[in-house]
Design a binder for this molecule. Structure first.
Ligand code: HEC
Ligand code: HEC
Length: 382
């Protein structure tokens, strides 16, 4: 009998101690943002030396208070249903805002259907996602929050209530929008502003623009020549963002039968269902953002170059630029023609040329964004 009382007493004490610890741990372990006294300047462009390129995009202006709020929201795990996932989980600064994985795990360890792309210079683009399904960045940025795989907060009311209940947002919303009211629209605007401010233009390539690429090695120069003139690459990955036109999708012949059909729709000429058309991604920071393609099928740039050199598949919607007979002029767009017996381009590059292409692609990376504090996770555990 006595023994039982003692063990109950012990159990109760243990329980009380345990509860007390748990409570303390909850307050002691709180994640709160630690922000600089004065805002970082998100409106200033990096001076990489490339005067021909505005990485913000022509019509974008940045409000520093909104971008500061957006930075906190970008790393806010409370925006997920289990308080563990933030935008920064899949768009990591140390990986140039990609995540280094073929596919990414969301809040329930369910896996995204596509490879997480790097976020870079989004203000210069006007369509987002691999299938270009979204054109409004401020709306687009709240989609992952509601997405049933990514962050799982399906109710907008629940989202705004959760954010409004966190004391540090009162001040941040007031500074950004004049009042502390939390709305889904404001969350979208702030996240959109921060994301637009994720600019990158300080690569070896940018430094070389002013000097006619005097800073390039012979191999990088050969790669540049191949990329821009000899081969069709720049026909699609063109311009100073290496992303071609703002809205450009292509079938590059990754597969004869695509498991992921890409952009939905029908061909304007033939009326056939589109198949295998994906967004032409920017190649900036590409050496930092593997694995590659919409499904992360290639781990290295060498594998990508070998694909273009010898692995393009026959597909009746294959881009003309990647068909045999491409002569360097016009006809980049695919999908309009073809009878199903399409001859894919074989580039027959030498080992040196393949290495040169990779060397050139590496000059497009700007490592400064990996360390820039204005894009870093502001949360500390108190
Ligand atoms: C679980 C991983 C995951 C999380 C969390 C996540 N994303 Fe993404 N993100 C992706 C994937 C995967 C894609 C590509 C989806 C597609 O193309 O269908 C993507 C695409 C994007 C793009 C489009 C980039 C482009 O150039 O087309 C932006 C911008 C973006 N995410 C921003 C965000 C923001 C802001 C958040 C937080 C609210 C967020 N993401 C949370 C995985 C994630
Ligand atoms: C007809 C247009 C077109 C041409 C020409 C083209 N590309 Fe691409 N490129 C694309 C598209 C579209 C994708 C994405 C395809 C996908 O994921 O299904 C892509 C993807 C890539 C990627 C992976 C990027 C990432 O972040 O996953 C690299 C690297 C690349 N291309 C390099 C090149 C090089 C080098 C050349 C020249 C040898 C070239 N491309 C020619 C349209 C093109």
């Amino acid at each position: 009998m006595k023994k039982t009382i003692i063990s109950i007493a012990l159990a109760v004490t243990a329980l009380i101690t345990f509860q007390a610890c748990k409570k303390e741990a909850a307050t002691a372990g709180a994640r709160v943002p630690s922000l600089p006294e004065e805002n970082y300047r998100y409106d200033l462009m990096p001076s990489g030396g490339n005067t021909q390129f505005n990485p913000l995009g022509a019509n974008t202006t940045i409000n520093n208070d909104a971008a500061t709020l957006g930075r906190v929201l970008f790393y806010e795990t409370q925006l997920s249903i289990n308080n563990r996932i933030s935008c920064g989980t899949c768009h990591q600064q140390s990986k140039a805002f990609a995540d280094g994985k073929k596919f990414s795990a969301g809040f329930e360890e369910a896996i995204t259907k596509r490879n997480a792309p790097a976020i870079l210079n989004p203000g210069t683009q006007n369509s987002y996602f691999w299938d270009m399904r979204e054109s409004n960045l401020d709306l687009m940025v709240t989609r992952p929050i509601a997405n049933h795989i990514e962050m799982g907060l399906e109710s907008q009311e629940y989202m705004t209530t959760k954010i409004a209940n966190l004391p540090y947002y009162t001040d941040l919303f007031t500074k950004a929008f004049g009042t502390s009211e939390v709305t889904a629209e404001r969350i979208g605007q702030a996240l959109g502003t921060f994301v637009k401010a994720m600019v990158t233009a300080q690569s070896k390539y940018d430094e070389g623009v002013g000097s006619g690429f005097a800073n390039f090695t012979d191999q990088e120069l050969t790669g540049k020549q191949l990329f821009t003139t000899t081969l069709p690459c720049a026909g699609c990955h063109g311009g100073e963002n290496f992303t071609g036109w703002g809205t450009h999708v292509e079938n590059i012949g990754l597969d004869r039968d695509y498991t992921d059909n890409g952009m939905p729709g029908t061909d304007w000429n033939t009326g056939r269902e589109l198949d295998g058309w994906f967004k032409v991604p920017s190649l900036r920071n590409v050496s930092l953002t593997g694995p590659y393609m919409h499904d992360g099928r290639f781990n290295t740039l060498e594998e990508v170059v070998e694909f273009y050199n010898s692995g393009i598949q026959s597909h009746d919607q294959l881009a003309f630029a990647l068909r045999e007979g491409w002569n360097g002029g016009g006809g980049v767009f695919g999908g309009e023609g073809g009878t199903g017996d399409v001859q894919p381009l074989r580039m027959n590059l030498t080992t040196y040329e393949k290495g040169a292409l990779v060397a050139f692609l590496k000059t497009l990376s700007d490592e400064s964004i990996l360390f820039d504090p204005k894009y870093s996770d502001p949360f500390v555990t108190k």
